[in-house]
Design a protein around this ligand. Structure first.
Ligand code: ADP
Ligand code: MG
Length: 472
Protein backbone atom coordinates (compact mmCIF):
# COMPACT_ATOMS: atom_id res chain seq x y z
CA UNK A 1 0.00 0.00 0.00
CA UNK A 2 1.30 3.36 -0.84
CA UNK A 3 0.70 5.97 1.80
CA UNK A 4 3.20 8.41 0.46
CA UNK A 5 2.33 11.92 -0.41
CA UNK A 6 3.10 12.51 -4.03
CA UNK A 7 3.14 15.80 -5.82
CA UNK A 8 2.42 15.89 -9.48
CA UNK A 9 4.72 18.77 -10.18
CA UNK A 10 7.72 17.84 -8.20
CA UNK A 11 10.08 20.71 -8.17
CA UNK A 12 13.56 19.48 -7.89
CA UNK A 13 14.33 16.76 -10.39
CA UNK A 14 15.42 13.70 -8.50
CA UNK A 15 17.55 10.81 -9.51
CA UNK A 16 15.94 8.16 -7.37
CA UNK A 17 13.01 8.52 -5.07
CA UNK A 18 12.89 6.89 -1.71
CA UNK A 19 10.59 3.93 -1.40
CA UNK A 20 9.44 4.36 2.15
CA UNK A 21 8.12 0.82 2.45
CA UNK A 22 11.56 -0.54 1.71
CA UNK A 23 13.17 1.78 4.21
CA UNK A 24 10.63 0.65 6.82
CA UNK A 25 11.35 -3.00 6.14
CA UNK A 26 15.06 -2.45 6.47
CA UNK A 27 14.61 -0.59 9.74
CA UNK A 28 12.49 -3.47 11.00
CA UNK A 29 15.31 -5.88 10.24
CA UNK A 30 17.96 -3.61 11.62
CA UNK A 31 16.34 -2.53 14.86
CA UNK A 32 14.13 -5.49 15.59
CA UNK A 33 10.41 -6.09 15.59
CA UNK A 34 9.80 -4.66 19.06
CA UNK A 35 11.24 -1.26 18.33
CA UNK A 36 9.66 -1.28 14.93
CA UNK A 37 6.17 -2.06 16.21
CA UNK A 38 6.40 0.37 19.12
CA UNK A 39 7.95 3.32 17.34
CA UNK A 40 9.16 3.15 13.79
CA UNK A 41 5.93 1.89 12.32
CA UNK A 42 4.35 5.17 13.37
CA UNK A 43 6.53 7.15 11.00
CA UNK A 44 4.94 8.18 7.75
CA UNK A 45 6.55 9.57 4.68
CA UNK A 46 5.40 13.07 3.76
CA UNK A 47 7.68 14.56 1.17
CA UNK A 48 11.12 14.24 -0.27
CA UNK A 49 13.25 17.32 -0.91
CA UNK A 50 16.58 17.46 -2.65
CA UNK A 51 18.58 16.80 0.48
CA UNK A 52 16.14 16.04 3.22
CA UNK A 53 13.04 14.06 3.94
CA UNK A 54 9.93 15.29 5.62
CA UNK A 55 8.39 12.56 7.74
CA UNK A 56 5.48 12.62 10.10
CA UNK A 57 4.65 11.08 13.45
CA UNK A 58 1.43 11.35 15.43
CA UNK A 59 2.73 13.03 18.59
CA UNK A 60 5.55 15.19 19.82
CA UNK A 61 6.49 12.58 22.35
CA UNK A 62 6.97 9.93 19.68
CA UNK A 63 9.02 12.39 17.67
CA UNK A 64 11.29 13.13 20.63
CA UNK A 65 11.66 9.49 21.46
CA UNK A 66 12.49 8.51 17.91
CA UNK A 67 14.88 11.41 17.39
CA UNK A 68 16.72 10.72 20.59
CA UNK A 69 17.20 7.04 19.96
CA UNK A 70 16.88 6.00 16.39
CA UNK A 71 17.48 9.04 14.23
CA UNK A 72 20.99 8.10 13.23
CA UNK A 73 20.02 4.62 12.20
CA UNK A 74 17.00 5.85 10.29
CA UNK A 75 19.11 8.41 8.46
CA UNK A 76 21.73 5.80 7.70
CA UNK A 77 19.11 3.47 6.26
CA UNK A 78 17.78 6.26 4.10
CA UNK A 79 21.25 7.27 2.97
CA UNK A 80 21.82 3.72 1.75
CA UNK A 81 19.12 4.44 -0.79
CA UNK A 82 19.89 8.04 -1.47
CA UNK A 83 23.12 9.48 -0.25
CA UNK A 84 22.10 13.09 -0.92
CA UNK A 85 19.71 12.99 2.01
CA UNK A 86 21.49 14.65 4.90
CA UNK A 87 18.73 15.25 7.35
CA UNK A 88 15.24 14.32 8.35
CA UNK A 89 12.53 16.63 9.50
CA UNK A 90 9.55 15.47 11.46
CA UNK A 91 6.21 17.09 11.60
CA UNK A 92 3.42 16.19 13.90
CA UNK A 93 0.36 14.93 12.12
CA UNK A 94 -2.38 13.46 14.21
CA UNK A 95 -3.65 10.34 12.59
CA UNK A 96 -7.33 10.25 12.01
CA UNK A 97 -7.20 7.35 9.66
CA UNK A 98 -7.20 9.52 6.58
CA UNK A 99 -4.40 9.43 4.08
CA UNK A 100 -2.71 12.50 2.80
CA UNK A 101 -3.27 12.58 -0.88
CA UNK A 102 -3.20 16.00 -2.30
CA UNK A 103 -2.15 19.54 -1.66
CA UNK A 104 -5.43 20.51 -0.06
CA UNK A 105 -5.29 17.75 2.49
CA UNK A 106 -1.69 18.50 3.06
CA UNK A 107 -2.59 22.07 3.77
CA UNK A 108 -5.29 21.10 6.23
CA UNK A 109 -2.95 18.81 8.09
CA UNK A 110 -0.34 21.50 8.24
CA UNK A 111 -2.76 23.93 9.73
CA UNK A 112 -3.26 21.65 12.67
CA UNK A 113 0.27 22.30 13.71
CA UNK A 114 1.28 24.76 16.31
CA UNK A 115 2.57 27.14 13.73
CA UNK A 116 0.99 30.37 12.75
CA UNK A 117 0.38 30.86 9.10
CA UNK A 118 0.35 34.04 7.29
CA UNK A 119 -2.58 33.45 5.01
CA UNK A 120 -1.12 33.27 1.65
CA UNK A 121 -2.91 31.99 -1.39
CA UNK A 122 0.14 31.83 -3.56
CA UNK A 123 2.82 30.30 -1.42
CA UNK A 124 0.30 28.25 0.49
CA UNK A 125 2.49 28.48 3.46
CA UNK A 126 4.61 31.27 4.59
CA UNK A 127 5.19 30.12 8.03
CA UNK A 128 6.49 31.71 11.11
CA UNK A 129 7.05 29.78 14.27
CA UNK A 130 5.68 31.82 17.18
CA UNK A 131 8.12 30.12 19.54
CA UNK A 132 11.22 31.50 17.94
CA UNK A 133 11.28 35.05 19.16
CA UNK A 134 13.89 37.61 20.10
CA UNK A 135 12.83 37.28 23.73
CA UNK A 136 13.81 33.65 23.95
CA UNK A 137 16.99 33.94 21.95
CA UNK A 138 19.80 33.59 24.44
CA UNK A 139 22.74 35.82 23.80
CA UNK A 140 26.42 35.06 24.22
CA UNK A 141 29.62 36.28 22.65
CA UNK A 142 29.25 33.89 19.69
CA UNK A 143 25.91 35.25 18.52
CA UNK A 144 25.73 38.75 19.95
CA UNK A 145 26.49 40.61 16.74
CA UNK A 146 24.04 38.56 14.72
CA UNK A 147 21.38 39.16 17.36
CA UNK A 148 21.97 42.90 17.48
CA UNK A 149 21.98 43.27 13.73
CA UNK A 150 18.74 41.28 13.49
CA UNK A 151 17.14 43.42 16.15
CA UNK A 152 18.21 46.59 14.37
CA UNK A 153 16.80 45.35 11.10
CA UNK A 154 13.52 44.56 12.79
CA UNK A 155 13.35 48.07 14.23
CA UNK A 156 14.81 50.20 11.57
CA UNK A 157 14.16 49.17 8.03
CA UNK A 158 17.03 49.28 5.58
CA UNK A 159 19.68 49.85 8.13
CA UNK A 160 21.73 47.04 6.73
CA UNK A 161 20.52 45.78 3.42
CA UNK A 162 20.84 42.94 2.72
CA UNK A 163 21.66 41.38 6.06
CA UNK A 164 23.45 38.09 5.61
CA UNK A 165 23.81 35.81 8.62
CA UNK A 166 25.83 32.65 8.36
CA UNK A 167 27.04 29.84 10.59
CA UNK A 168 26.99 26.08 11.12
CA UNK A 169 23.85 24.05 11.65
CA UNK A 170 21.83 24.51 14.78
CA UNK A 171 23.40 27.79 15.83
CA UNK A 172 20.24 29.91 15.69
CA UNK A 173 20.09 31.36 12.18
CA UNK A 174 16.53 30.29 11.49
CA UNK A 175 15.58 31.39 14.98
CA UNK A 176 16.82 34.92 14.28
CA UNK A 177 15.24 35.05 10.85
CA UNK A 178 12.00 33.97 12.38
CA UNK A 179 12.26 36.57 15.15
CA UNK A 180 12.75 39.30 12.58
CA UNK A 181 9.74 38.00 10.67
CA UNK A 182 7.56 37.95 13.79
CA UNK A 183 8.38 41.56 14.55
CA UNK A 184 8.04 42.91 11.06
CA UNK A 185 4.89 41.08 10.11
CA UNK A 186 3.08 43.33 12.53
CA UNK A 187 3.69 46.30 10.28
CA UNK A 188 4.91 45.10 6.90
CA UNK A 189 4.24 42.59 4.21
CA UNK A 190 6.74 39.85 4.78
CA UNK A 191 7.73 36.73 2.96
CA UNK A 192 9.58 34.03 4.79
CA UNK A 193 10.79 31.19 2.65
CA UNK A 194 13.59 28.65 2.49
CA UNK A 195 15.74 28.67 -0.60
CA UNK A 196 14.52 25.15 -1.30
CA UNK A 197 10.95 26.30 -1.23
CA UNK A 198 11.79 29.25 -3.43
CA UNK A 199 13.20 26.85 -6.02
CA UNK A 200 10.15 24.65 -5.70
CA UNK A 201 7.87 27.60 -6.28
CA UNK A 202 9.94 28.74 -9.19
CA UNK A 203 9.84 25.40 -11.00
CA UNK A 204 6.17 25.04 -10.26
CA UNK A 205 5.48 28.44 -11.80
CA UNK A 206 7.41 27.58 -14.91
CA UNK A 207 5.50 24.36 -15.31
CA UNK A 208 2.21 26.14 -14.79
CA UNK A 209 3.30 28.82 -17.19
CA UNK A 210 2.79 31.37 -14.53
CA UNK A 211 6.03 33.24 -14.26
CA UNK A 212 4.34 36.61 -14.26
CA UNK A 213 2.53 35.78 -11.08
CA UNK A 214 5.73 34.46 -9.52
CA UNK A 215 7.54 37.67 -10.32
CA UNK A 216 4.77 39.89 -9.10
CA UNK A 217 4.35 37.91 -6.01
CA UNK A 218 7.94 38.04 -4.87
CA UNK A 219 8.45 41.60 -5.93
CA UNK A 220 5.49 42.84 -3.96
CA UNK A 221 6.93 42.12 -0.56
CA UNK A 222 8.38 44.65 1.85
CA UNK A 223 10.55 42.14 3.62
CA UNK A 224 12.07 39.04 2.09
CA UNK A 225 13.53 36.50 4.48
CA UNK A 226 15.33 33.64 2.78
CA UNK A 227 16.63 30.76 4.83
CA UNK A 228 19.51 28.48 3.85
CA UNK A 229 20.49 30.20 0.65
CA UNK A 230 23.29 27.65 0.13
CA UNK A 231 20.67 25.28 -1.21
CA UNK A 232 19.93 27.59 -4.05
CA UNK A 233 22.70 26.42 -6.26
CA UNK A 234 23.06 25.77 -9.94
CA UNK A 235 19.83 26.22 -11.88
CA UNK A 236 20.82 29.22 -13.95
CA UNK A 237 17.34 30.33 -14.93
CA UNK A 238 16.28 30.44 -11.35
CA UNK A 239 19.34 32.32 -10.21
CA UNK A 240 18.64 34.78 -12.94
CA UNK A 241 15.16 35.28 -11.62
CA UNK A 242 16.38 35.48 -8.07
CA UNK A 243 18.95 38.08 -9.00
CA UNK A 244 16.37 40.27 -10.68
CA UNK A 245 13.91 39.88 -7.83
CA UNK A 246 16.65 40.72 -5.42
CA UNK A 247 17.62 43.89 -7.29
CA UNK A 248 14.04 44.97 -7.77
CA UNK A 249 13.42 44.63 -4.05
CA UNK A 250 16.54 46.53 -3.08
CA UNK A 251 15.64 49.24 -5.55
CA UNK A 252 12.27 49.80 -4.02
CA UNK A 253 13.74 49.80 -0.53
CA UNK A 254 12.53 46.40 0.64
CA UNK A 255 14.59 44.72 3.30
CA UNK A 256 16.27 41.42 2.50
CA UNK A 257 17.63 39.07 5.10
CA UNK A 258 19.43 35.92 4.10
CA UNK A 259 20.92 33.04 6.07
CA UNK A 260 23.43 30.45 4.96
CA UNK A 261 25.76 27.86 6.37
CA UNK A 262 28.81 29.63 4.93
CA UNK A 263 30.07 33.05 3.98
CA UNK A 264 28.98 34.53 0.62
CA UNK A 265 32.28 33.94 -1.11
CA UNK A 266 32.21 30.27 -0.17
CA UNK A 267 28.82 29.66 -1.73
CA UNK A 268 29.38 27.21 -4.51
CA UNK A 269 27.54 27.35 -7.79
CA UNK A 270 25.95 30.68 -7.06
CA UNK A 271 26.53 33.47 -9.50
CA UNK A 272 29.32 35.90 -8.64
CA UNK A 273 27.06 38.89 -9.01
CA UNK A 274 24.63 37.50 -6.46
CA UNK A 275 27.48 36.87 -4.04
CA UNK A 276 28.73 40.36 -4.52
CA UNK A 277 25.31 41.76 -3.72
CA UNK A 278 25.37 39.80 -0.50
CA UNK A 279 28.82 41.13 0.27
CA UNK A 280 27.52 44.64 -0.35
CA UNK A 281 25.31 44.44 2.72
CA UNK A 282 26.17 43.43 6.24
CA UNK A 283 27.65 39.95 6.62
CA UNK A 284 27.75 38.48 10.11
CA UNK A 285 28.61 35.04 11.34
CA UNK A 286 27.39 33.05 14.32
CA UNK A 287 30.01 30.92 16.01
CA UNK A 288 29.62 27.81 18.07
CA UNK A 289 28.42 28.60 21.58
CA UNK A 290 31.14 28.97 24.21
CA UNK A 291 30.82 27.45 27.65
CA UNK A 292 29.10 30.48 29.20
CA UNK A 293 26.46 30.55 26.54
CA UNK A 294 25.98 26.81 26.78
CA UNK A 295 25.45 27.10 30.51
CA UNK A 296 22.90 29.84 30.20
CA UNK A 297 21.08 27.98 27.44
CA UNK A 298 20.83 24.89 29.61
CA UNK A 299 19.53 26.92 32.53
CA UNK A 300 17.05 28.97 30.57
CA UNK A 301 15.70 26.04 28.59
CA UNK A 302 15.00 24.12 31.77
CA UNK A 303 13.31 27.19 33.18
CA UNK A 304 11.24 27.50 30.01
CA UNK A 305 10.14 23.87 30.21
CA UNK A 306 9.24 24.30 33.84
CA UNK A 307 7.04 27.23 32.96
CA UNK A 308 5.42 25.24 30.23
CA UNK A 309 4.53 22.03 32.02
CA UNK A 310 2.91 21.48 35.37
CA UNK A 311 5.29 18.70 36.41
CA UNK A 312 8.53 20.36 37.42
CA UNK A 313 11.79 19.05 36.17
CA UNK A 314 14.72 19.04 38.50
CA UNK A 315 17.77 18.33 36.49
CA UNK A 316 20.63 18.24 38.99
CA UNK A 317 23.48 20.73 38.73
CA UNK A 318 25.83 17.83 37.98
CA UNK A 319 23.84 16.79 34.97
CA UNK A 320 23.42 20.40 33.84
CA UNK A 321 27.15 20.95 34.04
CA UNK A 322 27.80 17.71 32.28
CA UNK A 323 25.53 18.70 29.40
CA UNK A 324 27.00 22.17 29.03
CA UNK A 325 30.54 20.83 29.15
CA UNK A 326 30.05 17.96 26.77
CA UNK A 327 27.57 19.14 24.16
CA UNK A 328 29.53 21.71 22.29
CA UNK A 329 28.58 21.38 18.65
CA UNK A 330 25.42 23.44 18.46
CA UNK A 331 22.52 24.96 20.32
CA UNK A 332 20.21 22.53 18.59
CA UNK A 333 22.06 19.59 20.14
CA UNK A 334 22.05 21.28 23.49
CA UNK A 335 18.31 21.82 23.36
CA UNK A 336 17.90 18.27 22.04
CA UNK A 337 19.90 16.91 24.98
CA UNK A 338 17.66 18.67 27.49
CA UNK A 339 14.56 17.39 25.76
CA UNK A 340 15.87 13.86 25.93
CA UNK A 341 16.54 14.12 29.64
CA UNK A 342 13.02 15.38 30.07
CA UNK A 343 11.57 12.52 27.99
CA UNK A 344 13.57 10.07 30.04
CA UNK A 345 12.24 11.49 33.27
CA UNK A 346 8.67 11.31 32.00
CA UNK A 347 8.99 7.71 30.93
CA UNK A 348 10.89 6.36 33.90
CA UNK A 349 9.36 8.76 36.41
CA UNK A 350 12.78 9.73 37.72
CA UNK A 351 15.73 11.85 36.74
CA UNK A 352 18.54 10.01 35.03
CA UNK A 353 21.81 9.70 36.92
CA UNK A 354 25.07 10.48 35.22
CA UNK A 355 25.49 7.04 33.68
CA UNK A 356 21.96 7.05 32.35
CA UNK A 357 22.48 10.56 31.03
CA UNK A 358 25.49 9.36 29.10
CA UNK A 359 23.51 6.53 27.62
CA UNK A 360 20.56 8.71 26.70
CA UNK A 361 22.89 11.23 25.07
CA UNK A 362 25.44 8.82 23.72
CA UNK A 363 25.29 9.84 20.09
CA UNK A 364 25.56 13.53 20.97
CA UNK A 365 28.60 12.95 23.10
CA UNK A 366 32.02 12.26 21.77
CA UNK A 367 32.10 9.19 23.94
CA UNK A 368 29.37 7.68 21.82
CA UNK A 369 29.72 5.48 18.85
CA UNK A 370 33.27 6.46 17.94
CA UNK A 371 34.94 5.56 21.12
CA UNK A 372 32.82 2.78 22.53
CA UNK A 373 34.02 -0.07 20.41
CA UNK A 374 32.99 -3.70 20.60
CA UNK A 375 36.61 -4.48 21.34
CA UNK A 376 36.59 -2.18 24.37
CA UNK A 377 33.39 -3.76 25.65
CA UNK A 378 34.73 -7.29 25.20
CA UNK A 379 38.02 -6.41 26.90
CA UNK A 380 36.38 -4.82 29.93
CA UNK A 381 33.75 -7.54 30.29
CA UNK A 382 36.43 -10.27 30.12
CA UNK A 383 38.47 -8.47 32.73
CA UNK A 384 35.46 -8.08 34.96
CA UNK A 385 34.47 -11.74 34.80
CA UNK A 386 38.07 -12.90 34.76
CA UNK A 387 37.89 -14.91 31.58
CA UNK A 388 40.03 -14.64 28.47
CA UNK A 389 38.86 -13.13 25.23
CA UNK A 390 39.40 -16.43 23.47
CA UNK A 391 37.05 -18.06 25.92
CA UNK A 392 34.46 -15.36 25.42
CA UNK A 393 34.60 -15.69 21.67
CA UNK A 394 34.75 -19.50 21.66
CA UNK A 395 31.70 -21.63 21.02
CA UNK A 396 31.94 -23.28 24.44
CA UNK A 397 28.72 -23.14 26.35
CA UNK A 398 29.93 -23.51 29.93
CA UNK A 399 27.87 -21.44 32.27
CA UNK A 400 30.79 -19.34 33.45
CA UNK A 401 31.35 -18.25 29.83
CA UNK A 402 27.78 -17.93 28.65
CA UNK A 403 26.75 -15.20 31.06
CA UNK A 404 29.76 -12.91 30.41
CA UNK A 405 29.30 -13.41 26.68
CA UNK A 406 25.63 -12.47 26.89
CA UNK A 407 26.50 -9.48 29.04
CA UNK A 408 29.04 -8.25 26.50
CA UNK A 409 26.51 -8.69 23.70
CA UNK A 410 23.87 -6.86 25.71
CA UNK A 411 26.22 -3.97 26.45
CA UNK A 412 27.21 -3.74 22.80
CA UNK A 413 23.57 -3.53 21.85
CA UNK A 414 22.77 -0.73 24.27
CA UNK A 415 25.99 1.25 24.09
CA UNK A 416 26.65 1.22 20.37
CA UNK A 417 24.34 1.53 17.42
CA UNK A 418 25.72 -1.59 15.77
CA UNK A 419 23.11 -3.71 14.08
CA UNK A 420 22.40 -7.25 15.25
CA UNK A 421 24.26 -8.88 12.32
CA UNK A 422 27.24 -6.58 12.93
CA UNK A 423 27.35 -7.58 16.57
CA UNK A 424 27.02 -11.21 15.54
CA UNK A 425 30.06 -10.91 13.30
CA UNK A 426 32.17 -9.47 16.12
CA UNK A 427 31.20 -12.35 18.36
CA UNK A 428 32.72 -15.08 16.19
CA UNK A 429 30.10 -14.91 13.50
CA UNK A 430 27.15 -15.73 15.66
CA UNK A 431 23.78 -15.57 14.06
CA UNK A 432 21.69 -12.45 14.74
CA UNK A 433 19.03 -14.57 16.43
CA UNK A 434 21.65 -15.60 18.99
CA UNK A 435 22.35 -11.93 19.56
CA UNK A 436 18.66 -11.15 20.12
CA UNK A 437 18.40 -14.12 22.44
CA UNK A 438 21.37 -12.89 24.50
CA UNK A 439 19.97 -9.38 24.79
CA UNK A 440 16.55 -10.69 25.82
CA UNK A 441 18.07 -13.10 28.35
CA UNK A 442 20.00 -10.34 30.08
CA UNK A 443 16.99 -8.03 30.05
CA UNK A 444 14.92 -10.74 31.73
CA UNK A 445 17.59 -11.63 34.26
CA UNK A 446 18.05 -7.98 35.19
CA UNK A 447 14.48 -7.93 36.46
CA UNK A 448 15.18 -10.43 39.21
CA UNK A 449 18.92 -10.40 39.72
CA UNK A 450 20.21 -7.29 41.52
CA UNK A 451 23.78 -8.57 41.43
CA UNK A 452 23.67 -8.69 37.67
CA UNK A 453 22.14 -5.21 37.55
CA UNK A 454 24.97 -3.92 39.70
CA UNK A 455 27.62 -5.64 37.55
CA UNK A 456 26.12 -4.15 34.44
CA UNK A 457 26.11 -0.69 35.96
CA UNK A 458 29.74 -0.99 36.94
CA UNK A 459 30.64 -2.20 33.48
CA UNK A 460 28.66 0.54 31.75
CA UNK A 461 30.46 3.06 33.84
CA UNK A 462 33.86 1.58 33.07
CA UNK A 463 33.10 1.49 29.37
CA UNK A 464 31.75 5.02 29.16
CA UNK A 465 34.38 6.49 31.43
CA UNK A 466 37.36 4.68 30.07
CA UNK A 467 38.01 7.33 27.43
CA UNK A 468 36.76 10.43 29.08
CA UNK A 469 38.03 10.22 32.62
CA UNK A 470 40.48 13.03 32.28
CA UNK A 471 38.16 15.37 30.50
CA UNK A 472 35.18 15.48 32.82
P1 ADP B 1 20.10 27.00 12.35
O1 ADP B 1 19.04 27.63 11.53
O2 ADP B 1 21.28 27.88 12.56
O3 ADP B 1 20.49 25.64 11.89
P2 ADP B 1 18.08 27.08 14.40
O4 ADP B 1 17.76 28.50 14.40
O5 ADP B 1 17.11 26.16 13.75
O6 ADP B 1 19.54 26.80 13.82
O7 ADP B 1 18.32 26.62 15.91
C1 ADP B 1 18.26 25.29 16.34
C2 ADP B 1 17.50 25.21 17.64
O8 ADP B 1 18.21 25.84 18.66
C3 ADP B 1 16.16 25.89 17.58
O9 ADP B 1 15.27 25.17 18.37
C4 ADP B 1 16.42 27.25 18.17
O10 ADP B 1 15.26 27.79 18.77
C5 ADP B 1 17.47 26.93 19.20
N1 ADP B 1 18.42 28.02 19.38
C6 ADP B 1 19.49 28.31 18.62
N2 ADP B 1 20.19 29.35 19.11
C7 ADP B 1 19.52 29.75 20.21
C8 ADP B 1 19.74 30.78 21.17
N3 ADP B 1 20.79 31.60 21.10
N4 ADP B 1 18.85 30.88 22.18
C9 ADP B 1 17.81 30.04 22.28
N5 ADP B 1 17.55 29.05 21.42
C10 ADP B 1 18.40 28.90 20.40
MG1 MG C 1 18.08 26.81 9.87
Amino acid sequence: MNNTYTKKNLSVPKSVSIDWNIVQTEMKNKLGLDIYESWLKKINFVEEFSNYLLLSVPTRFIRDWITSRYLDQILQTIKNHKKEIIRIEFKIIEQKGEKIQNDDNFQQVENKENISFIKDSYLQYNRIDPNKRFENFIIGSSNKLAFEASLKVSENISHYNPLYIYGGVGLGKTHLLNSIGLELKKIKKIMFISAERFMYQFVKSIKANDMVKFKEYFRSTDILLIDDIQFMNGKEAMQEEFFHTFNALLDKGSQIIVTADRSPNKLSRIQERIKSRFLGGLVIDIQKPDIELRKSIVEKKIEELNNLYPDQINISKDIQNFISLEITASVRELVGAINRIVSFSRIYKKMPNLIETKIVLKDLLNIGENKVTIDLIQTLVCKFFKISKNEMLSSRRSRYLVRPRQTAIYLTKILTSKSLPEIGREFSNRDHTTIIHSVKTIEKLKEKDPVLVESINILKNQILYSNKENEI
